[in-house]
Design a protein around this ligand. Structure first.
Ligand code: ADP
Length: 242
């Protein structure tokens, strides 16, 4: 049985006109993007058959970046919904072990591209969790892509999970550039993009804000332990039924 849960009222009333504008903008941009992705997919199939390798690379690049754009727009829409209380969870049983292993698979090409190592520590015995699997996947996936993005080539990333008394703990660790104490306080707010050096990495600064919204809606906690130059550990603690 799936039930719905609403976002708690946001701290500080969001500017309604601004939210409406962002809502319309992201919808308007998504529609043509969906057509671009579909057309590019068909073109990729054609080129695959014809064996034109240089064109195949180009089309793969178009598809890859269109998907990134799509993800950004999805994040934008979700954060707008969170801002005006429309973000809702679809609660059901979630097999956390499979969900996290799936994220590991999805991350493989990304980490390979940067010659990073990826270690998974996901015990067989993880309990089934009552929550919104898609949203939780989105939240953890964001932590993982950040871990890879903000870690130099050759670095290490790990994804761990365990049950700690009445909580399910998920940890994403990297040995990348790390985050200063001051920056850590802003991270989970929308559009928080810390120091100028990171501006070279693509992103809107919505992923962590969204992850926090999702974790909050599940009654959980999210935090970061980090030191500049030494890497970061992002931790999600989700309450298990007593
Ligand atoms: P985005 O990655 O789209 O900018 P996020 O909300 O996911 O948005 O992250 C916000 C900012 O937090 C990032 O721009 C980056 O400056 C910092 N950050 C997030 N994860 C890490 C990490 N693992 N290591 C270092 N900095 C990070």
């Amino acid at each position: 049985m799936e039930t719905e849960k609403e976002t708690p009222a946001p701290a500080g009333k969001p500017d309604e006109e601004w939210l409406r504008f962002l809502d319309t903008l992201s919808h308007e941009l998504k529609t043509p993007l969906t057509s671009i992705i579909a057309a590019a997919g068909l073109l990729a199939e054609e080129l695959e058959e014809k064996g034109e390798e240089s064109y195949q690379k180009l089309i793969k690049n178009i598809i890859h970046n269109s998907h990134i754009l799509e993800t950004r727009l999805t994040e934008l829409l979700a954060i707008v919904k969170a801002g005006d209380g429309r973000l809702r969870l679809q609660i059901g049983p979630v097999d956390m072990k499979s969900l996290l292993q799936g994220i590991g698979w999805q991350m493989a090409p990304l980490v390979q591209k940067k010659s990073q190592t990826l270690a998974l520590d996901i015990p067989e015995s993880l309990p089934i969790f009552q929550g919104d699997g898609q949203r939780l996947e989105q939240a953890v996936f964001n932590l993982m892509t950040n871990a890879s993005k903000f870690t130099p080539d050759g670095g290490s990333i790990s994804l761990r999970a365990r049950q700690r008394i009445t909580e399910l703990i998920i940890e994403v660790q990297d040995n990348g550039i790390g985050i200063s104490k001051e920056e850590q306080t802003k991270l989970f707010k929308p559009y928080a993009r810390v120091n100028a050096d990171r501006q070279k990495h693509p992103g809107l600064g919505l992923g962590l804000a969204l992850a926090k919204q999702v974790v909050d809606l599940h009654g959980g906690r999210i935090w970061v332990e980090s030191e500049p130059g030494k890497g970061s550990i992002f931790v999600i603690a989700l309450p298990l039924p007593k």
